[in-house]
Design a protein around this ligand. Structure first.
Ligand code: ATP
Ligand code: MG
Ligand code: FE
Length: 346
């Protein structure tokens, strides 16, 4: 099926046209420059910008794909989870277009979209596989069984991996978003500071094999920087701090993903979300997976961060199976991935 999808869950206004696992057009307009002056995303500013940008982005996607509305089989929009005002812009536009052009409408779960990015990167991929989803809001290990069928095997108990990069960058005065800056700095640094990996202890004293925690790591970096700043007049060894922090996050994620894949007999690990761009994570996970005979898939960066192509790809799979949403569907700020089938009519 050919689907036109809208993605407005956060700070990217995106529109794409996808035919099953082939991208015909993918337009992404990032609001990062707009939010940078505030040091983070301001929800009301994000919603207003989506309203301004969405119309032209739809026109651009249709022009790029050289398709008209008659060629489109369905219209999709990310409806959960995310900033509710931002999501509403895409959902309302999507439902309106579906009504005007008499097409089925599909609400899409943002995280199911991140999982589908891997199908665009490798169209021959088939479930079951393990998805390590590491983004600004999530750090999850998901067993992918089939379209709409997911088992959550691990998650963060506090900060997400991307959130940890952003918070550490802020305390080092490196600006927003933090991941790419820390990644760049880490290349010139050495892993010389020992930092806590954030193990979650279970009632029996053992640590949880798949769950993670990054808030303690962030506090440890804050303390380390305070200590280094108070010592002598030397400049802060910022590259070494960045390298040590990044190494610790990559180690924690790699250990959990490998253990999870091995324990569940899943031979492929697909990585998604903005932190999948991290060079330290790529190196460590690639090496550990090779040693275990596992396959790792890292989609190109443009498919790791937010985009509408991944949303359209997920919607096309649902539409091919006869799934469609009721036009009464709204936007939800939170929704577990395990409930995605609730988005479609019985
Ligand atoms: P969610 O999908 O959970 O709702 P999101 O969509 O905001 O969150 P993404 O757009 O997938 O998240 O990813 C953005 C995050 O990725 C930011 O926290 C950013 O710092 C991080 N990031 C981007 N590039 C890198 C990198 N090279 N290294 C580490 N982190 C990175
Ligand atoms: Mg984003
Ligand atoms: Fe995302």
């Amino acid at each position: 099926a050919i689907v036109l999808a809208l993605e407005t869950s956060c700070d990217e206004t995106a529109v794409a046209i996808v035919e099953d696992r082939t991208v015909h057009a993918s337009v992404v307009s990032s609001q990062i420059d707009l939010h940078r002056q505030y040091g983070g995303i301001v929800p009301e500013v994000a919603s207003r910008e989506h309203v301004l940008t969405l119309g032209p982005a739809i026109e651009q996607a249709l022009a790029t794909a050289q398709l008209d509305w008659a060629a489109i089989d369905g219209i999709a929009a990310t409806c959960a989870p995310g900033l509710v005002g931002a999501l509403l812009v895409g959902v309302t536009a999507g439902k309106t277009l579906a009504m005007v052009h008499d097409k089925p409408f599909l609400g899409v779960h943002h995280l199911e979209g991140h999982i589908y990015a891997t199908y665009l990167a490798d169209p021959a991929l088939e479930p079951p596989f393990l998805c390590l989803l590491v983004s600004g809001g999530h750090t999850s290990l998901i067993q992918v069984q089939d379209c709409g069928e997911y088992v959550l095997l691990g998650q963060t108990r506090d900060d997400a991996a991307g959130e940890a990069f952003d918070k550490v960058a802020r305390l080092l005065d490196l600006g927003y978003p933090g991941g790419p800056v820390i990644d760049r700095l880490a290349r010139d640094g050495q892993v010389v500071f020992a930092l806590p990996e954030g193990n979650i202890s279970q009632p029996d004293g053992s640590s949880h094999p798949y769950d993670s925690s990054f808030s303690g790591l962030k506090t440890a970096v804050l303390r380390l920087v305070g200590k280094l700043r108070s010592q002598s007049g030397e400049a802060l060894p910022i590259a070494d701090v960045a390298a040590s922090f990044q190494h610790t996050v990559a180690t924690a994620l790699t250990k959990r993903a490998i253990a999870c894949a091995r324990d569940h007999q899943l031979s492929t690990i697909a990585v998604g979300g903005g932190v999948a761009a991290n060079s330290g994570l790529r190196q460590q996970l690639q090496a550990a997976a090779a040693a275990q005979g596992l396959r790792v898939l890292f989609p190109p960066l443009s498919l790791c961060t937010d985009n509408a192509a991944m949303i359209a790809c997920a919607a096309a799979d649902h539409l091919n199976r006869g799934h469609e949403s009721d036009l009464s569907l709204g936007a939800q700020s939170r929704m577990p991935l395990t409930q995605v089938m609730d988005l479609y009519k019985a």
